[in-house]
Design a protein around this ligand. Structure first.
Ligand code: N01
Length: 536
């Protein structure tokens, strides 16, 4: 066992959250190190390399705002950036701010143990390193721990297997191959059209169909880039006023579906469909509150699917039931039209789950389908998975697994009672996955850094959420979620995609402006809801 390193802070993860935290730690004079399981920066964009991977927030918005030169110098090429372009942006940031010298790559943090005696955390890694640190900043990401269902016979399959969330770094060529893909979430919806073009034959196994809106991706017009860059600060600030921290230039309509006649509704939905992307849910102001209003939007999309897909039976199988936007809305390029290709087959496994994998393929409904390759597009153990994989032991030996046995509990999505000096970035209880992640990451990191500087100035040793504040925040989060339609379906927001995971709505649904305002008020009131301890 190596000697114990002594640090002010460790940061777990070198995605956008970890990189910015490191940059701010250095600026503030804290001695910090990042631990990253991958061999490079980028987080979710490092791991999710499947064909067609792109961000569904527009590129001029999905980037750091903290450095004026950075945002002026970087050139995005398309409306929605591809995974390779976002990854090269992450690498550019790492180089530009010389971040790598304080990042331990290929190193997974395995345990964090709070030591009451010296009020520090003991960190252990899979490289047998030991670190004693005052602060732990968990920049572990919301969608980085994959969900690999334990299909019977998984080990028997003799062909290639892939998971969209752990795609190989080298190019995968399916030409001449028969391929099966399990799952029809965002990752599948983005990759299916490209895999279908490449493979000899593609079979899609769908348990639940999803609503998807066309991206209408295009090259960015230099005049548009120029316009944004001429007043980037204002553009950023307008976006921070939006519910999700993005989309300020695409008006969010507030009027009710019921104030419009059929023609007006149709015209509005058409306008939004043609515009493309997540803004479709902002066609009217009541789509996320009223089931009846929502159903009108949902039916518009079902009609689009029926228009696009030639075979009426296939179209019906692709038509989702229920609430649009209840599961994360998907954004695609040619997804539904791909089912018109002769080399693509859709298998509905809603009532006939996959029974087993065999040496040659898989069995569902008593039929064996044979493949050269099977792709699991089965998603993530979202929001809590990456935190729970680390053995985190707080005050009095309480583990995070025990603390969150009935679902995650935090104060502001930033702090957990009984886990002093440990902060989560975009953790459960924060807007996180319902927002432009980079906007919320910057806000979280800025808030945490202000707090650490405050503690240094006031000679305070620990900070920790008070149990009542945490309780109040959890209750407020649940109340807000229950005012929307979001808890009404089996989504990963609720943990419903992972067998045995407690069912609780994890992200904060109050929107960015309210959330940011709350965090600012808490800080201005000397961090109300937090308890500090001073040096003994
Ligand atoms: O994962 P998912 P994802 N047997 O959980 C199915 C973000 N993201 O990786 O719905 C059979 O959405 C499962 O079926 P069901 C984005 O936030 C963003 O696609 O549970 N099927 C579902 O169809 C997104 O929401 C971008 O019935 C099984 C699929 O697998 C999030 O990541 C791009 C199964 C999983 O879908 C997750 O997306 C990509 C089983 N045992 C991802 N288990 C962009 O920025 C699961 N499934 C655009």
């Amino acid at each position: 066992m190596a000697d114990t390193q002594v640090l002010d802070a460790i940061i777990v993860g070198a995605g956008f959250a970890g990189m910015y935290t490191l940059h701010r730690m250095r600026e503030a004079g804290f001695n910090a190190r990042v631990f990253e399981a991958g061999d490079n920066v980028g987080g979710t964009w490092y791991w999710n390399r499947y064909p067609g991977a792109r961000c569904d927030v527009e590129s001029m918005e999905y980037s750091y705002s903290f450095d004026a030169d950075l945002q002026q110098n970087w050139e995005w090429s398309e409306r929605y950036a591809t995974q390779p372009e976002i990854l090269s942006y992450a690498n550019h940031v790492a180089d530009r701010f010389d971040l790598r010298r304080d990042i331990s790559f290929n190193t997974r943090v395995t345990a964090l143990k709070y030591q009451e005696a010296n009020k520090r955390w003991l960190v252990t890694t899979d490289k047998n390193e030991r670190v004693s640190t005052r602060f732990c900043i968990m920049a572990t990401g919301c969608l980085s721990s994959i969900n690999q269902p334990a299909f019977e016979g998984l080990e028997n399959f003799g062909g290639e297997t892939y998971h969209t969330g752990r795609w190989p770094h080298e190019e995968v060529n399916f030409s001449g191959k028969t391929v099966g893909i399990i799952g029809t979430g965002s990752s599948a919806i983005q990759s299916i059209p490209l895999i279908a073009e490449n493979a000899k034959h593609l079979t899609v196994f769908q348990r639940t169909p999803n609503f998807s809106i066309p991206a209408h991706n295009q090259d960015l017009d230099p005049a548009f880039i120029e316009e944004i860059k001429s007043d980037y600060e204002n553009f950023r600030s307008e976006n921070r006023q939006m519910f999700g921290g993005f989309g300020a230039r695409r008006a969010a309509y507030e009027d009710s579906v019921w104030d419009a006649d059929n023609d007006k509704r149709h015209a509005r939905f058409e306008e939004r469909w043609s515009l493309g992307g997540l803004g479709f849910l902002r066609s009217f102001g009541d789509l996320s509150q009223s089931i009846e209003a929502n159903d009108i939007a949902a039916e518009f999309v079902r009609e689009k699917i029926r228009e696009i897909v030639d075979d009426p039976a296939v179209a019906e199988t692709l038509c989702p039931e229920g609430v649009i936007g209840c599961k994360r809305l998907c954004v695609d390029t040619n997804y539904y039209a791909t089912f018109n290709r002769e080399n693509v087959q859709l298998i509905d496994i809603k009532n006939e789950p996959i029974e087993t994998l065999t040496e040659a393929g898989l069995v569902t409904g008593g039929v064996e389908y044979q493949f050269d390759a099977i792709i699991f597009a089965t998603g993530f153990d979202a929001m809590t998975g990456s935190l729970q994989r680390i053995n985190i032991e707080g005050r009095s030996g309480l583990t995070l697994k025990e603390k969150w046995a009935a679902g995650p509990r935090t104060y502001l999505g930033l702090s957990i009672s009984d886990f002093p000096n440990l902060f989560t970035i975009s953790g459960p209880g924060s807007p996180s996955v319902l927002s432009n992640m980079i906007v919320t990451i910057e806000q979280h990191v800025n808030w945490i850094m202000d707090c650490l500087v405050f503690m240094r100035d006031e000679a305070l040793t620990t900070i920790e959420a008070e149990p009542q504040a945490e309780e109040g925040w959890v209750n407020q989060g649940n109340e807000l979620a229950n005012m929307t339609l979001m808890p009404k379906c089996n989504s990963w927001y609720l943990g419903a995609n992972v067998p045995g995971k407690p069912r609780i709505f994890m992200p904060y649904v109050g929107g960015i402006p309210l959330y940011f305002e709350t965090c600012e008020r808490v800080a201005a009131n000397r961090y109300e809801g937090f308890a500090f301890s001073a040096k003994a």
